[in-house]
Design a binder for this molecule. Structure first.
Ligand code: C2E
Ligand code: MG
Ligand code: MG
Ligand code: MG
Length: 287
């Protein structure tokens, strides 16, 4: 009987999986051409300090598919990773971001650091350091303004190799951030060996601040940890005033989330920076 059950289940799942697999094959096929068709766009989500001044941004890609409309990265990044297209996409995002930062100087705007997400698939490639160096050199951006966001899961492979690679990336003059911190598997002793500049507290903990005593304890612990390890810390996914209040009451100083701003197109981000410059010139900045 078990065997029959198994077959029935298999048939059921397999129909569903075929539809999904077909969809993925189509998406992978279309993704190959998406960059050259200008369908991939970068939005920038501003990051803020306690005075609500813009202190940076995160580059986040969007896919504006010609038939299917906007597709979220949660859907197409895994496909890009499986097909290795993420390597090409990642380089493109970094290069565009470098050019974007350089354009600030041309507009007379003081640059702010912008972070770019690096998938584990990209980080695992032996040429990641050389390729990154090449893009920095070609675009002649000041690497102080580029931050790479890695997740904890990149760091669970070969520890020594991973630490070494992170040091090589740091040696290019970049900043390194640990994204989605608290959701992965890295141990605290490992963390102290990583040349990180920033911990990004995962949104999950921020979302549960109002309801979960555990999340409050975890967020407090991460803030203390970052302080002790002399790393900056930024809260991701801040949506409400009460979340912000809790964070500020516990000495969190940097914020990213819909309460402050959603990810916005490049031109809107430039406007935001121009507004900040103006305030500074009028002597209204940082009051
Ligand atoms: P992430 O790097 O953790 O980026 C933060 C995500 O949280 C973004 O989703 C952002 O829009 C969303 N977010 C920010 N503030 C809030 C908030 O207050 N509330 C809510 N509900 N969400 C908020 P997005 O843009 O959909 O990106 C999802 C993930 O896709 C990213 O998570 C990142 O892992 C990946 N991703 C995006 N762009 C790239 C890229 O260029 N390369 C790679 N490798 N991954 C990328
Ligand atoms: Mg990120
Ligand atoms: Mg994150
Ligand atoms: Mg994420």
């Amino acid at each position: 009987y078990a065997k029959n059950d198994g077959r029935a289940n298999f048939r059921f799942y397999s129909a569903e999986m075929t539809a999904k697999a077909l969809e993925n094959i189509k998406l992978e096929h279309d993704l190959r051409e998406a960059i050259s068709k200008d369908e991939i766009i970068i939005y920038y989500q501003p990051k803020f300090d306690s005075e609500k001044q813009v202190i940076g941004a995160e580059a986040l890609i969007r896919w504006n598919h010609s038939e299917l409309g906007m597709i979220s990265p949660a859907k197409f990044i895994p496909i890009a990773e499986q097909s290795m297209l993420i390597v090409e996409i990642g380089r493109w995002v970094l290069e565009q971001t470098c050019e974007f930062i350089k354009s600030f100087t041309n507009l007379g705007i003081e640059p702010v650091p912008i972070s770019v997400n690096i998938s584990g698939v990209e980080f695992d490639r032996p040429d990641i350091v050389n390729k990154t160096a090449e893009i920095l050199k070609r675009t002649r951006v000041n690497p102080d303004f580029i931050e790479l966001e890695l997740t904890e899961n990149v760091a669970i492979g070969n520890r020594e190799a991973c630490i070494e690679r992170m040091h090589q990336l740091k040696a290019l003059g970049l900043r390194l951030a640990m994204d989605d911190f608290g959701t992965g598997f890295s141990s605290l002793s490992y963390l102290q060996d990583l040349p990180l500049d920033v911990l990004k507290i995962d949104q999950h903990f921020i979302r549960e601040l109002e309801t979960g005593i555990n999340s409050q304890a975890i967020v407090r612990a991460i803030l203390a940890l970052a302080d002790g390890l002399h790393m900056q810390v930024i809260a991701e996914g801040v949506e409400t005033e009460s979340q912000l209040k809790f964070l500020q009451d516990h000495q969190c100083k940097l914020f990213q989330g819909f309460l402050f701003s959603r990810p916005i197109p490049a031109n809107e981000f430039v406007k935001l920076l121009l507004g900040k410059e103006q305030k500074n010139h009028l002597g209204l900045g940082n009051v």
